[in-house]
Every structure is written in structure tokens, then in C-alpha cells.
Design a protein around this ligand. Sequence first.
Ligand code: SF4
Length: 88
Amino acid sequence: METRRVSGQGARVIKAPVARWRVNLVVDPILCDGHGVCAELFPERVVMDHWGYPIIDKEEIPTGLTEHARRAVAACPRLALHLVEGRR
Ligand code: SF4
């Protein structure tokens, strides 16, 4: 197991597992019909193109934005938006 050092109070050093999973947002372009709900709910990673279809940022979604991403996925009327977990 890969570990990282986490220093706590005093001189103690604790070894903790390193998070090895990443989460990405993906869209199925066949199902998507361009409602744009995803861009409204998750503008940090989704913008609309000139035709009204989403352009998804391929960067990993940081933990702090995961809840926004899940909300966008849940609101997609075509079930075209997904969160995909994978190894780093
Ligand atoms: S909410 Fe769903 S159907 Fe609408 S643009 Fe986004 S991915 Fe496409």
C-alpha cells in the first residue's frame, strides 16, 4: 500500500493510505439533446457550445466539487451525464 506522511500534533507521524481514485464527468453524446441543465448546475466543468451542447472539462473532479457534479448528473433529463470513477 502506498502511504503518505501526515503529521499531527507534536512529533508524531502517521502513515495514511493515499487516495488512488479519481472521478470524471462524461456525457453520452447520443443521448444528450442539449437541455443545458448540466451547464447551469455545474458551470465549473461544463460549458455549452454554439449549438447548445455541453463541452465537458476532462479534468478530474476534486472532492469539493463532487456534490455539484452529482447534482448535475441527477438532473439530466436524458440520463446522458455520468460520473466515472477510475484509478489515478
Ligand atoms: S443536462 Fe443532460 S441532456 Fe441536457 S445538455 Fe446536459 S448532458 Fe445533455
